[in-house]
Design a protein around this ligand. Sequence first.
Ligand SMILES: Cc1cc2nc3c(=O)[nH]c(=O)nc-3n(C[C@H](O)[C@H](O)[C@H](O)COP(=O)(O)OP(=O)(O)OC[C@H]3O[C@@H](n4cnc5c(N)ncnc54)[C@H](O)[C@@H]3O)c2cc1C
Length: 410
Amino acid sequence: MRVGIIGAGAAGLMCAATIFETHPDAEIFLFDRNDGLGKKVIISGGGRCNVTTGILDVKEVLTKYPRGGKFLSSAMFRFPPSAVIEWFESRGVPLKTQDDLRVFPVSDDGHDIVGAFERLFVDPHFHILLKSAVTGVKKRKDGFAITVKGNPDPMIVDTLVLTTGGQAYRHTGSTGDGYAFAQSLGHSITPLAPSLNAFFTRETWPKELSGLSFESAKITAKRTESPSFTGPFLFTHKGVSGPAVFALSSLVAFEKYDATDPLLITIDLFPTQTVDSLRAKIETYTTENPNKQFSNIIHTLVPKSLAELIVRELNISETKRGNQIAKKEMLKTAQWLKAIPLSVVQRGAGDEFVTAGGVNLNEVDPLTMQSRLCPGLFFAGEILDIDGYTGGFNLQASWATGHLAGENVY
Ligand SMILES: Cc1cc2nc3c(=O)[nH]c(=O)nc-3n(C[C@H](O)[C@H](O)[C@H](O)COP(=O)(O)OP(=O)(O)OC[C@H]3O[C@@H](n4cnc5c(N)ncnc54)[C@H](O)[C@@H]3O)c2cc1C
């Protein structure tokens, strides 16, 4: 049996390894346009590779996918985060789970994750075809024909796995070619959109707070269903970023917004308190510190740079002291801290981590990853209409679907 896998990213690597480990007689042809394996895996997690999540309850893991969670269920139960951790550790890559439940190699080096595959791929059953940009695939009576740029003779394989990824970070080789390959074999592609991106805001003041981060804030988008997410975020020189922003960007991946029709968001820095309890706290501090400048009083609640900015944004005189502050101003301050308004005019263009949308999941069997339309064709990874939040969930989806496809290609 000859199996062709197009794309040596996370899904393709795990698929190839699984075929080898479950069907040792298979001939595996792994194509990638890059000159090395797992280019995106290596740069993921800022080069540290957040390889999976430390959340071990599979049902909970499945809630971390705004799209595709239900479809993923079989793959995920078959190859859950605990199995992924075991897989890498038993192949010489010790992992560690951080307090925030992100799992990384102990070495903090994504190369080590790819190294586990490189060690396996020295076996002669693997044919690793790097610098091989596939230009087309065709279904034939005897299997599939794969054409590579610069080579007029197609390679024939019995079964084909498309693991070409999405179209985020195109310079890593994931240019979205797989969507066209899938379409040429009869599949439909759902609308595509960038996801897991930072927000650029019309307001320029976030620049003054650039780098200032918060452990837990609730960020809400003022659109039809008012999606919101609570988690860490930070101000950047162009707006806001961080896990809670990425997650919200995922929930509004298909919303249109720009300078003429911005996405209005609010940031609640005190999600566990009401406006009134926060106002009461400010009033208490103010009464206790009648001679302190108001911004210094607010500084007991938030970092100084933000306290100074609030006073300015709310047009409260910088020199005003506790005993000069009106109740109305205290209320306004509490309201602002509970709903900092920002207008998002742009996604962090080209900076998104994943592509939302992809091969229509109705056309793929979730128990095997085989196409329902084209026997012998399989899919795994980001090419599918599956995307998760940050925290190791996207790689986990690629490992799990790659593994399931690998088990079923025979
Ligand atoms: C900067 C960044 C950081 C990230 N960090 C994390 C993280 O820490 N944790 C996490 O869970 N997720 C992370 N992600 C998301 C995660 O990396 C991806 O979802 C995952 O790698 C997708 O795997 P894949 O195998 O489906 O596709 P990819 O990794 O994109 O691999 C697809 C492969 O197919 C090849 N290919 C495409 N077309 C062709 C063609 N025509 N011919 C030959 N080869 C082709 C490409 O060269 C590529 O190597 C990150 C993403 C980015 C961009």
